[in-house]
Design a binder for this molecule. Structure first.
Ligand code: R2B
Ligand code: URA
Length: 310
């Protein structure tokens, strides 16, 4: 069974599928997607996930469970008789994943290493399931630069902490660099789904991806800090002049790995504060919960349009 999942494709079909770009994979009899507790040895991934069209990722298990229930109602998905939405990856104890018809809702944790491991396994999942042309979304939170809390930023391009539009990784002791690109048409389509009556603005802009929440984002409120408030503001102002509108912690690898795989992808984040005015996240929980539902609403509108449901 393992063998046929790797070698059964025609050349024509192979061209349409996800590009895993790893010759070693084809030679492996089976593939274990360890962190999401799935694998080709014991599961028919094509039967289970072959109908996926949208993969939605976000930081926390609770938010992605909530998104699963939200999108279930929005697209009118009815789980098979007698079943409820289950966390498919529960036994992996790392990420939570829910399948709602053609939508996968998955938590990715915090930071590049965490989402990176998940991206490798989700891209391979799409490959094993022979999914054609899926769209990947990150629906998350961020700090705005010149944008007040509660508004949405869609990433045009992701920059690393050195201001470069790349995802860099030490591989075999050398720097490997991949461009951190996102799909500009998809970004525009999503922005255009914002309605005049929505209580937020949606901006397309560059995203700075930091490897830390505190010093890496120029905050003054970490356990350590060796720069002044003036240094911080000068840095954030420079970012703003360069077109950066938000800071978060996953954009470079999300852009780079989806782009490398030929997957259309977008990052849709709600700002929790305007970093030009402060560092502490001190909005109320109710306010934050309502704000965090906003990127979900925008992505849900896109999914419904694509499924001809609106
Ligand atoms: C946004 O929020 C998290 C840090 O609080 C991080 O995962 C991110 O990108
Ligand atoms: N997430 C971040 O990474 N930074 C912020 O300022 C807010 C959320």
């Amino acid at each position: 069974k393992c063998e046929s999942q790797f070698h059964g494709d025609t050349e024509a079909r192979k061209k349409e599928l996800i590009h895993v770009k790893n010759p070693h994979l084809e030679r492996m009899p089976c593939d274990t997607l360890y962190h999401i507790h799935l694998g080709t040895e014991y599961q028919d991934l094509q039967a289970l996930f072959g109908d996926i069209k949208f993969v939605c990722m976000g930081g926390t298990p609770a938010r992605m469970k909530e998104f699963a229930h939200f999108i279930k109602n929005e697209i009118g998905y009815i789980p098979p008789y007698g079943t409820t939405l289950e966390d498919i990856s529960k036994l992996g104890h790392r990420y939570s994943m829910f399948k709602v018809g053609p939508v996968l809702s998955v938590s990715h944790g915090m930071g590049v290493p965490s989402i990176g491991i998940l991206l490798h396994e989700m891209i391979k999942l799409m490959y094993h399931a022979q999914v054609k042309d899926p769209v990947f979304f990150r629906i998350g939170t961020c700090g705005g630069i010149g944008i007040e809390g509660g508004n949405i930023v869609i990433t045009s391009e992701a920059l690393n902490g050195y201001g470069e539009p790349n995802f860099d990784l030490p591989v075999l002791g050398k720097k490997m660099s991949r461009p951190a690109k996102l799909d500009s048409n998809l970004a525009m389509d999503l922005k255009n789904l914002t309605l005049p009556e929505d209580p937020w603005d949606t901006t397309i802009g560059k995203t700075m991806c930091a490897d830390d929440f505190y010093e890496g984002q120029g905050r003054l409120d970490g356990a350590f800090c060796e720069y002044s408030e003036a240094d911080k503001i000068a840095y954030l102002t420079k970012l703003h002049k360069n077109g950066v509108r938000n800071i978060e912690m996953e954009a470079v690898i999300f852009g780079a790995l989806t782009h490398h795989a030929g997957i259309r992808a977008a990052i849709v984040c709600v700002t929790l504060l305007n970093r030009l005015n402060g560092d502490q996240i001190n909005s109320t929980k109710e306010e934050r919960d309502e704000w965090q539902a906003r990127p979900q609403k925008l992505v849900s509108r896109y999914i419904k349009n694509q499924l001809n449901l609106s």
